[in-house]
Design a protein around this ligand. Structure first.
Ligand code: FAD
Length: 405
């Protein structure tokens, strides 16, 4: 009997199958994953796990026992390479064919890689996406190793923090004029630049990579766009990710900055749904694609509910976090299109929050070691309320007593 088949055993895929059972779905469920591991959390990969402060077992979202007890068939270490929409079945790399009544794509993202012609295929060059990636790079995060981090987004900065904490000599290059250019205001970038420099990381902005050079197939040098040459032991590539739409595209599904889904997670084929990083979905009158755990969880839950009869639909309430050294950054909302930024010192020493407004309306906050600012802002953003920017800027203002409109 064909039931629900989920392609991608990551955060969204695992949440989806769990929610199906919680919602009382009694049909067959098959979860198929290309990686050889049970579904696991990715955020610790560039934080506590890489630092050596978290055991492998704690990465797993659920033990095998959970899937057995809930009658969820998990097929790992094998990818789906083709969808036959007419016959409603998927083809696996191990030769199996699995029929479906409904199919869910939860294929995540793929990291952008450096082209081989500039040394991207040398040994000692790593991307940061999977457990296997991080296990392979871990030996380079050691005392005295010379590490080049390419890309000043959150992944690159987190890797730089771990490397510095482990005593490596770290250089981080960012091709744009500043770190976090795509995702945060200059004020947030300033905070993290200072933080990293205070831990000895050499941050170079407006500097790209010309090429990596190797010796005996292993990376040995980086030639930078400003002409500088660095001797290095390893390079970590954090230059962004793209939604993994390969399977959906080959099956002729509509793609628009990700697999295009409606508010129920349904693709252009009514029997195929999608959830997580790989999707773009309706949000605030447009479409958005989010690369975050909260989105993967909430959207997957909404899709599971849609598959079991709910008509509610998914409304994203974006939030995100990052850990670097002893700083926890919490982000609420989406800052797209902001036209005003207000900075506010936190109650805790060294705490700071950066508030983004659009046309006087609060749209997002970056809170560094300032959980109160984060919580208040999140509440206001989700309720569609806004405090007065001038009141936020005044450190004497008690946030809890602030009037909103
Ligand atoms: P994934 O978790 O990537 O899972 C997709 C799975 O599908 C993968 O295992 C893939 O192998 C599999 N797959 C793909 N194609 C096929 C196929 N054809 N057949 C079978 N299987 C297939 N988010 C936060 O909110 N906060 C953080 O601090 C944070 N830190 C991060 C740190 C790192 C190092 C990384 C890599 C990500 C981080 N993220 C963070 C992002 C977050 O992990 C992702 O947004 C989330 O994992 C997305 O879930 P997903 O299920 O959509 O995709």
């Amino acid at each position: 009997m064909s039931g629900i088949v989920v392609v991608g055993a990551g955060q969204a895929g695992s949440t989806l199958v769990e929610t199906l059972r919680k919602e009382g779905y009694g049909g067959s469920i098959t979860l198929i994953g290309a990686e050889p591991h049970l579904p696991y959390q990715r955020p610790p990969l560039s934080k506590k796990y890489l630092l050596g402060e978290m055991e492998l077992e704690r990465l797993y979202l659920r033990p095998q026992k959970y899937y057995d007890e809930h009658n969820i068939a998990v097929r790992l270490g094998t990818a789906v390479h083709h969808i036959d929409r007419g016959a409603k079945r998927v083809f696996l790399d191990d030769g199996a064919r699995v029929p479906y009544a409904k199919l869910v794509l939860a294929t995540g993202s793929v990291p952008r890689r450096l082209p081989a012609k500039i040394g991207g295929d040398l040994d000692g060059v790593f991307t940061v996406r999977t457990l296997a990636d991080v296990d392979a790079m871990a030996p380079a995060f050691a005392e005295g190793k010379r590490l080049l981090i390419i890309g000043g987004g959150y992944i690159g900065l987190e890797a730089a923090a771990v490397a510095a904490m482990r005593g490596a000599n770290v250089t981080l290059i960012e091709m744009a004029e500043r770190i976090l250019q795509r995702v945060a205001a200059p004020e947030t970038a300033d905070f993290f630049r200072d933080l990293h420099r205070s831990h000895g990381v050499d941050i170079r902005e407006g500097v790209g990579l010309e090429r990596l050079e190797g010796e005996d197939g292993r990376v040995a040098r980086a030639v930078l766009s400003d002409g500088n040459v660095l001797d290095i032991d390893a390079a970590i590539v954090g230059i962004g990710i793209a939604p993994d739409t390969a399977l959906a595209e080959a099956a002729g599904l509509e793609i628009e900055n990700g697999i295009k889904v409606n508010e129920h997670g349904q693709t252009s084929d009514p029997d195929i749904y999608a959830a997580g990083d790989c999707t773009s979905f309706p949000h605030a009158g447009g479409r958005v694609r989010l690369e975050s755990v909260p989105n993967a969880i909430d959207q997957a839950e909404a899709v599971a509910k849609a598959l079991t009869g709910s008509t509610e639909g998914y409304t994203a309430r974006p939030w995100f976090w990052s850990d670097q050294y002893d700083v926890t950054l919490q982000i609420a909302g989406l800052n797209t299109g902001y036209d005003q930024v207000v900075t506010r010192p936190g109650a805790r020493e060294g705490g700071l929050s950066i508030w983004y407004f659009h046309g006087g309306r609060l749209v997002a906050v970056d809170a560094m070691n300032d959980a109160r600012a984060y919580m208040m802002a999140k509440r206001w953003i989700e309720a569609g309320q806004s405090p007065d920017p001038a009141a936020i800027a005044d450190p004497e203002t008690n946030l809890k007593k602030l009037e909103t409109h």
